[in-house]
Design a protein around this ligand. Sequence first.
Ligand code: ADP
Ligand code: MG
Length: 311
Amino acid sequence: MSEKKPTIVVALGGNAILAEDASAKGQKERLKQTVEYLIPLIRKDVNLIITHGNGPQVGNLVLQQQASDSSKNPAMPLDTCVAMTQGSIGYWLQNELRTQLKAAQIAKPVVTVVTEITVDAQDPAFAHPTKPIGPFLTETAAKEAMAATDAIYREDAGRGWRKVVASPAPQAIQEVASIKALIEQNTIVICAGGGGIPVLDNGLGVEAVIDKDFASEKLARLVDADQLIILTGVEKIALNFGKENEQWLDHVTAAELETYVDEGHFSPGSMLPKVQAALNFVKMGAEKQAVITSLDKLADIEDAGTQITWK
Ligand code: ADP
Ligand code: MG
């Protein structure tokens, strides 16, 4: 009997896809480097699931949709735009993976799965939308839109008014059985892009944004992954980040990390969701491990980044 292959969920941060150049060519070039970093991990013969963010891409797509909105060519709603970016980013990534796997003589198929994630209509997040999306409007236009629809607009850091949508918690992943079947067949799966397409229990897509780190954790839990690797713009997480007494963390237990969360070391819009996702995952069992690090540390992931375990 062969030993069970480890299952790893790798969540790619925004900087893995987009550097400065938002053209398709620019993003594909960035993804080429990203895939170069993924190859050593794939060589270790693991079951690999890749998730990714889509913030800038879906933001630009929503602007494009609205700029050309007409009755013959109507702007697509947010859930559809998320699906579109899962497709486009998934295409770039699977295409580049296939090229580099072939060059490395690794026989592994790659596929992107359009992923729908159920959220709860009663989720308290719907009463407090926080994620800004779409174009900046004048105060008058925003107030008119609020009177005419049930959308909520807020003033955004002096730059104008923007629509805000809820960021509800992921509850269930519709395609999880298929994703599991694919990795068991040796296939690399790209899924849950942009945190997944939020759908309600009745199956309808909803205008919301699921945090990609929470979606990745939910996925890792549902496929019973051994490791959750969250790749971002920093090599490790820090206490007193950006301050004189900054201290980078190599290994932390869940209990230690919870103390640091309570002490307010992690920014709510960026590092906090990663830390919370890591905490939720390692609480699943003593053998589970989460790592928060940067892409260039993937090759020696055993010693890199901040390693988080239950005990
Ligand atoms: P991603 O696109 O990968 O989700 P984010 O920008 O949302 O990236 O979050 C990662 C960023 O969080 C880091 O690049 C860093 O600038 C910031 N950050 C905030 N608090 C911390 C901390 N305590 N330790 C390390 N990085 C932190
Ligand atoms: Mg983020």
